[in-house]
Design a protein around this ligand. Structure first.
Ligand code: F6R
Ligand code: MG
Ligand code: MG
Length: 365
């Protein structure tokens, strides 16, 4: 049996109204284009959206960073951009930073999480997709899932998980990579990933090398060199049989964290887990939200999806997120609702500051 690859590739190629949701016509077009490739390039596919991001979930046997798979995703986004332009959808083609495909969608605008693995007897996979936030938003949850015994009892009880995991961390500013083993290096790991705007967990592996989690780390504004919106990340997590169970993976999402993004990519806001029917941004272009689709992978086929956060056990975190949203929104333009000046460098604020530059006079000695 060849190894199975799951590629989750996403882009915001236009939405309605404003930046709130993807139009059904784009979803239909993308679904049809991927279906046409099933039995050819792809084994299976599923198309959905989170807020204004069009999400392509694809399975195949061509491995990660495959030119043809990336080209297919690029073509889907290009075709959907055309439809978005015809309808004058908002931000049509927003994330397509290049005119022509150059071999790999990474660095061209779309976000990418991929994972190649040998299928086990039964292989549950969870795909997380977020809108109005940045890739580092996963850091907290990945730590809770794979390194916190108060969150994941499997780390203590299951002998196959007891040895711990290895976290691959990327520095998205200085383009460096480092690995930390948990539990023995968890304090060193936290020293970095507690700063999620810069240090992003790219992958988590068991110590025997088995891949457990993979995320997108593309930072749109860093790539574009100007403000184009947030990076709205995706993440793939495998579960069960020596990896955290499905329930252990999704339990930490009952904790309301505060992430960067939201309105104008310039504000901290609560990270709200929602079911697919609520995967549409509303209040203040948000709040930042996350959906989780569960599948069983069977010879590359995606059995599912199950809409994991569409459940009353996530009602309370949603309520708490709304409360946090009220508290933060009341602060208006003040930090820490607004991002720190360092992070605002990647927004439109520096343009405003430029116009006011000459108004400043030196303080008398
Ligand atoms: C956030 C986002 C939106 C826009 C906002 C202003 O990622 O995309 O919150 O920043 O709606 O958009 P413009 O400047 O296009 O009117
Ligand atoms: Mg948008
Ligand atoms: Mg988005």
């Amino acid at each position: 049996m060849p190894k199975t690859t799951i590629s989750v590739i996403k882009a915001d190629v236009g939405s309605y109204p404003g930046h709130s949701r993807t139009h059904p016509k784009l979803l239909e077009k993308a679904t049809r284009m991927l279906k046409e490739q099933e039995g050819k390039l792809l084994i299976d596919s599923f198309v959905t959206h989170c807020g204004d991001d069009l999400e392509l979930i694809m399975t195949h046997t061509r491995g990660e960073d495959n030119v043809e798979i990336h080209k297919l995703a690029w073509e889907v986004f290009m075709e959907c951009t055309k439809i978005a332009r015809e309808m004058k959808l908002y931000g049509a083609g927003q994330d397509m930073l290049a005119d022509a495909f150059s071999g790999n969608v990474k660095g061209m605008g779309p976000g990418v999480a991929e994972m190649e693995f040998e299928e086990r007897g039964s292989d549950p996979v969870l795909v997380f997709m977020a809108d109005k936030t940045e890739p580092g938003a996963w850091n907290f949850y990945l730590y809770k899932i794979f390194a916190d015994p108060f969150s994941n009892p499997g780390l203590v009880i299951d002998p196959t998980m007891h040895e711990g995991f290895v976290f691959e961390v990327h520095d998205v500013i200085d383009k460096r990579v480092v690995e930390f083993k948990t539990p023995e290096e968890s304090y060193s790991l936290l020293a970095y990933i507690g700063a999620p705007s810069r240090y992003v967990v790219k992958a988590v592996r068991r110590k025997d090398g088995v891949i457990a989690a993979s995320t997108s780390t593309q930072r749109l504004n860093l790539m574009a060199g100007r403000y184009v919106g947030k990076d709205d990340p995706v993440m793939i997590v495998r579960a069960q049989s020596g990896l955290p169970s499905v329930g252990e993976v999704i339990d930490p999402f009952t904790i309301p964290t505060i992430v960067a993004g939201w309105m104008r990519g310039s504000h901290h806001g609560p990270f709200m887990p929602v079911g697919l029917p609520d995967a549409n941004c509303a209040r203040f272009d948000g709040p930042p939200r996350v959906i989780c689709l569960g599948f069983q992978v069977c010879n590359g086929k995606l059995i599912g999806p199950a809409d994991m956060f569409d459940d009353p056990s996530y009602d309370r975190v949603r309520d708490r997120c709304n409360e946090i949203a009220d508290v933060l929104r009341a602060m208006g333009p003040f930090e820490p609702h607004r991002l720190s000046l360092e992070e605002m460098e990647y927004t439109t604020l520096p343009i405003v500051e430029k116009t006011l530059k000459n108004r400043w006079k030196p303080l008398p000695e």
